[in-house]
Design a protein around this ligand. Structure first.
Ligand SMILES: [Zn+2]
Length: 95
């Protein structure tokens, strides 16, 4: 898997979490846990495996929240257009 410089860049002053197997730095323990489970599944310890599962669950939760926000935004947009249509229709109604 090719990695861009951007993916590997860690801001100065941050202590990166490093993969114990390949030494790759990560911005957070969560990202390292995800890397361990996906890149080194065969040499993961039980703890690392558990951390990976936790990280995956957190990510799924974040994705679920994100989808809720997208749906809420679409419903809001739809309601806005329905009300706008009703307002315009009332203004144009005769009498
Ligand atoms: Zn690694």
């Amino acid at each position: 898997m090719a990695l861009s410089d951007r993916e590997l860049r860690i801001p100065e002053g941050e202590t990166p979490a490093r993969c114990p197997h390949c030494g790759r730095p990560f911005r957070s323990e969560r990202l390292r846990a995800l890397h361990l489970g996906e890149s080194h599944p065969e040499i993961c310890t039980g703890d690392e495996r558990a951390a990976y599962d936790d990280a995956r669950e957190d990510e799924d939760d974040d994705l679920f929240i994100y989808h809720l926000k997208v749906v809420a935004a679409l419903v809001g947009l739809y309601a806005f257009f329905v009300f706008a249509y009703m307002a315009v229709s009332l203004m144009q109604a005769p009498g």
